[in-house]
Design a protein around this ligand. Sequence first.
Ligand SMILES: Nc1ncnc2c1ncn2[C@@H]1O[C@H](COP(=O)(O)OP(=O)(O)OP(=O)(O)O)[C@@H](O)[C@H]1O
Ligand SMILES: [Mg+2]
Length: 249
Amino acid sequence: MLVLEQLTRRFGHRVAVDAVDATLHPGQVVGFLGPNGAGKTTTIKMVAGLLVPSSGRVLVDGVDNVRSPEEARRKLAYIPDRPYVPERLSARELLAFIAGLYGLPESVVNDAGLRELQRFGLKGREDDLLSSYSHGMRQRVLLASAFMRRPRVLLVDEPMVGLDPQGMRLVKRVLREAADAGAVVLMSTHTLDIVEEVCDRVLVIARGRLLADGAVSELVARVPAHAGQRATLEDLFLQLTGSSEEVLE
Ligand SMILES: Nc1ncnc2c1ncn2[C@@H]1O[C@H](COP(=O)(O)OP(=O)(O)OP(=O)(O)O)[C@@H](O)[C@H]1O
Ligand SMILES: [Mg+2]
């Protein structure tokens, strides 16, 4: 279980994340929606332990991620929106490095690691340097390295950007499977179709404040029909976050 308690982050005078409360349960794929600059990445980074909250806290299976950062970090995996990879390593070496970092036996690489590379379509490329990988391949190798560790909590920040249709389908499937196997999955995205397809629940944030939290169908059902057409998730999103094109401060 992942608990966010009054989670807040300021950058100077700007409040990027403002007293967010949420409890995420195993088995759920939770979509994290909000306009550009709403606070999604900042929230995810605080959960991942990469940014310290200004106030409030994150509990990963009951473990406070500021007080016990290593224990919390072992339970979760974070896949950033920009797939940074060490260019001088091969995929296999990256997996070995990550296994070492988390104190996992080397056998994990040859077993779960290679299986995940295969699942993410990288069989035959295990020993190529990551500098030779395309953007989508880099995302895939980071996904494989995250899944190799079988995390209790999976944080994915805009995983669909730059993936081909096969890659998108794969990511949808693996996130669902991870949740079904008992993980908590939190995925930020701007792709509302994908949310409708895979997410059990959505959190909508704007200007750092959590504006809605619930099942997609329940939240959408609250939006009145318009011109005889039933409301969509897009209608809900625009109603909650405003339809103007300004980038939120
Ligand atoms: N390191 C930083 N220093 C100062 N301000 C920051 C920093 N990181 C984020 N912010 C600010 O915090 C707010 C939230 O940013 P964040 O990256 O969390 O948004 P987001 O919801 O992920 O947006 P997007 O959909 O564009 O990825 C923005 O106003 C942003 O300018
Ligand atoms: Mg972001």
